[in-house]
Write a protein that binds this ligand. Sequence first.
Ligand code: GDP
Length: 358
Amino acid sequence: SLTLGIVGLPNVGKSTLFNALTRNDVLAANYPFATIEPNVGVVPLPDPRLDKLAEIFGSERIVPAVVSFVDIAGLVKGASEGAGLGNKFLANIREASAICQVIRVFDDPDVVHVDGRVDPGSDIETINTELILADLQTLEKALPRLEKEARVQKDRRPALEAAQAAKSVLDAGRTLFSAQAEVDTTELRELNLLTTKPFLYVFNADEGVLSDEARVKELRELVAPADAVFLDAKVEAELLELDEESARELLESIGQHEPGLHALARAGFHTLGLQTYLTAGPKEARAWTIRKGWTAPQAAGVIHTDFERGFIKAEVVSFDDLVGAGSMTAARAAGKVRMEGKDYVMADGDVVEFRFNV
Ligand code: GDP
């Protein structure tokens, strides 16, 4: 499933952040029948385009896209050796599509740091090392089998070669995600290795760090090209308790202009390789989540499987063209509304109406 697994050392603020992710009125209002697992937190993806659409179509409500995070508490040094609950945690990470590491950069003498000091670089290395060791174990188990298969089946050779290349990358202490140019990771898919997953970094910071541009830049560079989000987990939890005006004041007091959860939702969406298309009518203006590169019938299938099976065509207008024209009728008159067939590849921000047989 398309989720990010939250990992991090103890006492970095994972639970604090996760509590903020699970306290969510938007979801309860829009997905009343969804059963949400207790270890899954969901954040709406902020999208000002939906407000505009609701205005144009007179929609009663807005339904944003969402990003899901799974709480995978307790990854510590030694997890790959199966110490304590290690194996269960690694199995949970395996099910996530991307990994979201929370890193502590707040200073608080009352909160003990497991290694006795705040050192983001070393925290990242600790987690990477555990994941790398877990992948090496998987490879060491798989290699003898792959060697045997490659001896009798020519078409298994690329898989063996990819596994061997992966092993040398991991032996050098690097993640497979950072070595995509050298290793054909599509050949490794069957092994579901942990370090092939994209990473997103959340720096749990205090006001001092958040307002220190040089420090933020330095931390961004530490994890680049991965996305980095800076927030104060304690403040995020507090923001959800406040009305809009007080929330804005609290954010301003720490020099921020939006909740960190907004940035987290955008970064999570980006890390997962997702995009949205939009639908609108008098009932609702809504964003639908698809993968980049999906065709119109695949996109229709997100609304209902019948839409994919019975797909005839999609009536598509880009958001900007629609807003420029001012209404659907005006956009049609201006020739901005296109009829697209089953091979059409969706673009971000397409406003769509599907035609289908049932
Ligand atoms: P976890 O072990 O990673 O889940 O960490 P917790 O969320 O339980 O946080 C550990 C402790 O750090 C708790 O006492 C939190 O209140 C505190 N904490 C979490 N985030 C922050 C923060 O941004 N600033 C400060 N000062 N304390 C925090």
